[in-house]
Design a protein around this ligand. Structure first.
Ligand code: ADP
Ligand code: MG
Length: 342
């Protein structure tokens, strides 16, 4: 299958009064046409910043470098005018908090028709019909009556459905969904995810799903990118996600999954704080200060190690023989069958 999206060496920095924020630090990601990749990671790991860079919606304080190839063109080198032609038409985004992105003074119907009218994809009459169809399609009852409602008259789950309808109405090739269900309760979340999957299959679009929910990633995506400190520390096929023999950070995230038997219990979490990305980044592994497997080597940045087809991990651990030296050291010569240096 052809590649729809390729992010290459993406860096994003923000200049702030406290210093430079290194939000994204060399992100590489690939999405096949019609496929789904998930980006997972704790809050602050640079997921939204990377996606906002892709949408070319970052504030002017952002310094961006790298390439974001979409359909043969580099989104980062397009003019604002060229970007506006793509956004909302061939690429669209569903945000975590629809209320922040919907206009409170316009009806749902007006806002739903906007992508079609802006991109001259329909006459006003056709746009209205399509908007009504889409409202029904995303499960909004009495669509005709709801068409003239304002955002404040909708519940959170309903607004998220509207956002999805807005994202899909122009038939994009690529949908970015940034934690689209985080604000919703579990039942509504499941419905929205099922709807996204269904519409995706119907329209054959590619999707990047940002989530901090590992179960959602495993269920929705073909491949998963695990971000930490603005870097991908592991990239793997989603069916390998739950094996749990991966980057210590990913193991930590997997241990944080709520129990599926529904019993509430205190979630384990990864001890320590996420890496500080303000000022200068640590030279070594960004996860080292929290890592239970930390060794001296970890004061150097680990290489990206290929563990299998479409499976890479940025960690020194694959180099560790089970029998470590007495001093807790290990050397490159102990590369096991699992690890080959990229
Ligand atoms: N406009 C901004 N100005 C300064 N720092 C920002 C801005 N947007 C995001 N950041 C910082 O970039 C880092 C990554 O944030 P974000 O991409 O929102 O993470 P995530 O989506 O993974 O939670 C955080 O440290 C955040 O504070
Ligand atoms: Mg975010």
């Amino acid at each position: 299958m052809s590649v729809l999206l390729r992010i290459e060496d993406l860096y994003v920095q923000f200049g702030t009064d406290e210093g430079t924020v290194h939000a994204v630090n060399g992100l590489n990601l690939e999405l096949k046409a019609g496929g789904t990749v998930a980006i997972v990671g704790e809050s602050g790991s640079g997921k939204s910043t990377a996606m906002t860079a892709l949408m070319r919606l970052l504030p002017r304080t952002a310094r961006v470098s790298g390439h974001i190839w979409f359909d043969g063109q580099d989104l980062l080198s397009l003019s604002s005018r060229q970007v506006r032609r793509l956004r909302g038409h061939h690429i669209s985004m569903v945000f975590q908090n629809p209320m922040a992105y919907l206009n409170p003074t316009k009806t749902i119907g007006q806002q739903l028709m906007e992508p079609l009218l802006y991109h001259h994809l329909a006459t006003p009459r056709q746009a209205q019909q399509q908007a009504l169809d889409f409202l029904e399609r995303v499960g909004i009852a009495s669509a005709r009556a709801r068409f003239s409602s304002y955002p404040f008259e909708f519940s959170g789950g309903m607004l998220q459905r509207v956002m999805i309808a807005m994202g899909l109405i122009a038939g994009p090739k690529l949908l970015i969904a940034d934690e689209p269900t985080t604000a919703l309760d579990v039942t509504v979340q499941a419905e929205i995810l099922a709807l996204l999957k269904e519409l995706q299959a119907e329209h054959g679009m590619g999707m990047v799903l940002v989530t901090h929910d590992m179960a959602v990633a495993a269920q929705m995506a073909d491949e998963v990118y695990v971000m930490y400190g603005g870097m991908v520390v592991e990239h793997l096929p989603s069916h390998e996600l739950m094996k749990g023999e991966a980057h210590p950070y990913l193991r930590g995230l997997l241990r944080s999954i709520p129990r599926i038997d529904g019993r509430r219990e205190k979630l384990p979490f990864i001890a320590g704080n996420p890496v500080n990305t303000v000022g200068t980044l640590p030279h070594g592994c960004l996860f080292a200060s929290r890592c239970p497997h930390r060794r001296n080597q970890c004061s150097e940045r680990p290489p990206l190690v290929k563990l299998g087809d479409r499976h890479e991990v940025m960690c020194w651990l694959p180099y560790v023989d089970m029998e470590e030296d007495d001093d807790g050291q290990f050397g490159i010569q102990s590369v096991g069958a699992a690890g080959t240096h990229l």
